[in-house]
Ligand binder design. Sequence first.
Ligand SMILES: [Zn+2]
Length: 227
Amino acid sequence: MLVDIHTHNYNLDNQCIIKVVCLNMPDFDKIQNILPTPHCYYSAAIHPWDATSYDDDVFASLTKIAKDKRVIAIGESGLDRIHIDTFEYQQDTFQKMIELSEKNHKPMIIHSVRSDSDIISVRGKSKAKMPWIIHGFNGSLQTAQQLVNHGMCISLGEILYRNGKKASDLLNNLPLDRIFFETDTAERSIADVYKTAATLAHHETENLEKIVFENFKKMFFDGKLEE
Ligand SMILES: [Zn+2]
């Protein structure tokens, strides 16, 4: 079964794929109005862009939904050096998200823009035990290897279309048990993302599908999840 590890698309029509829909501010209460849907899960967190604009009430509703069974990850959260003026607030917020992840035993989905080395150093200092997935990764193979060596996973989406050379380098050199795929905000289908990745990786699409489904099961369901 195909897994879309990070999407902002609330359209739940296609129940033949697993998707993790990202809830950021101001959508935390939305989940209460969504009926449980097969194969549809959520991640929730304060986005680094919102690091200066949330208050205690927002944090309280996030803390509440973080306990919801359908919310399987804390994210997207992280650091963004393009918004350098708020970087201190981002660090503080990221720390809170890490605590939420550890407390609820839910992995993190991470937004990292020009901040991969910051993320690595935070990971080291925090002694976090939960897995972290760097979503929308578009860095070098060397950076990816450092992230993987620090226990993290990489999710690929846009890079498969923007930079095939870099993407095929990543797919052919990283351990595939650390890879996920995503649509994020793109209008394409996750099936197309897998197909594109399979071509770049010289793999069968079905093979990639199996590997990533196993990665997903292992990370979020202790290896136990019916297809
Ligand atoms: Zn996103």
